[in-house]
Write a protein that binds this ligand. Structure first.
Ligand code: TXA
Ligand code: MG
Length: 325
């Protein structure tokens, strides 16, 4: 790990050029996307990719998503069948990752793919991210820019709180507008499989495919996402889901206009969306979990959240935060 402080780059032409140059040199740069901040490295440079795991203290070599500036660049890395092409055209640039067979001559290293015959590709919706990717001129592997097991970062201070001194730079793009990670769909043999709910809802994807997405089944039946560990996004506090009554001293994560019983006994509460808007709730999810956790409660109680639209991704992240560790 290079010693010294992490540089904070501005979201302007010199900052973008510098981020691209650092990535080309094999350094680690955190970049804002519309979902969360990613910890970027040249996906074709195994030493740079290994640096991601070291900086995150990620215990295992999970495969990483390679980020590209456009569909043409993505087609050099992966083979797009009919379903993948349809989804890419409908949702890129945007919060969708497609797992497709590796293309011959693709540059994403075996390490970034964890030696799988498939590769995860994403063209981010953030214009700033695409500008950095174009400046880098290489596929950029980027998991979320947090230390392993921590809550994903949706602004620069979250990134620096976890990774200051461990990475060369962070590009400051302000808060991330979507707030939960990309939806991951595998388009390999057979019907497309939903590997992770995320920023594009299941219903939107199924409308484009004109059929239901398959669920990730038991190993062997369908591709599973090796990185989808049960406990993830873990705050220090225990997380209690579906709370309709607050217990004294709990921190509370609210959704919607209704106050649960006992709220006046809460240590602290934040509302993801007083109006009950799931997109607004997604934007606030990780930042509010961090803020409640920083107050040091034993438990964070979360009031019920609907499971449609972006609610599926929000509940997926909260279930991981609540999972036993
Ligand atoms: O929104 C996002 O997707 C963010 C931003 C930075 O782009 N990135 C992100 O990356 O969430 P990460 O590393 O936290 O999640 C990548 C997921 C992991 O669960 C991994 O197992 C899965 O993608 N994955 C990557 N390659 C795969 C493959 N070939 N087959 C199946 N799953 C794969
Ligand atoms: Mg992550």
């Amino acid at each position: 790990m290079p010693p010294g402080a992490t540089r904070r780059l501005a979201a302007d032409a010199p900052g973008i050029a510098e981020a691209g140059a650092l990535l080309r040199e094999g350094r680690l740069v955190a970049i804002p996307t519309e979902t969360v901040y990613g910890l970027g490295a040249d996906a074709g440079n195994p030493a740079a990719v290994a640096g991601i795991y070291a900086a995150k203290e990620r215990p295992r070599f999970n495969p990483l998503i390679a980020h590209l500036p456009d569909l043409a660049a993505a087609r050099r890395e992966g083979v797009f069948g009919e379903d993948a092409a349809r989804l890419a055209e409908a949702f890129w640039p945007g919060p969708l990752t497609l797992v497709v067979p590796v293309a011959e001559g693709g540059r994403v290293s075996d390490l970034a793919r964890a030696d799988l015959g498939s590769v995860a590709l994403r063209v981010p919706g953030s214009r700033l991210a695409r500008d950095v990717l174009a400046a880098a001129g290489c596929p950029v592997a980027a998991p979320s820019a947090n230390r392993s097991g921590r809550v994903s970062p949706t602004d620069v201070d979250h990134v620096l709180g976890d990774l200051d001194g461990r990475i060369a730079a962070v590009l400051d793009g302000g808060p991330c507008p979507v707030g939960v990670e990309s939806t991951i769909v595998a388009c390999l043999d057979g019907p497309p499989v939903l590997l992770r709910p995320g920023g594009v809802s299941r219903a939107e994807i199924e409308a484009v495919l004109a059929r239901p997405l398959a669920a990730a089944g038991p190993a062997g039946a369908a591709p599973v996402s090796p990185g989808l560990l049960a406990s993830h996004y873990a705050p220090r506090a225990a997380v209690r889901l579906g709370a309709t009554r607050v217990l004294p001293g709990e921190a509370v994560l609210l959704f919607g206009p209704d106050a649960p019983a006992g709220l006046d006994e809460a240590a602290l509460c934040l509302n993801l969306s007083p109006a009950g808007d799931l997109a607004e709730a997604a934007t606030h999810l990780f930042a509010y979990l961090r803020r409640l956790d920083a107050a040091g409660p034993a438990t964070i109680a979360v009031t019920p959240i609907p499971d449609h639209g972006l609610g599926e991704a929000i509940l997926d992240r909260l279930a991981r935060a609540a999972a036993p560790r």
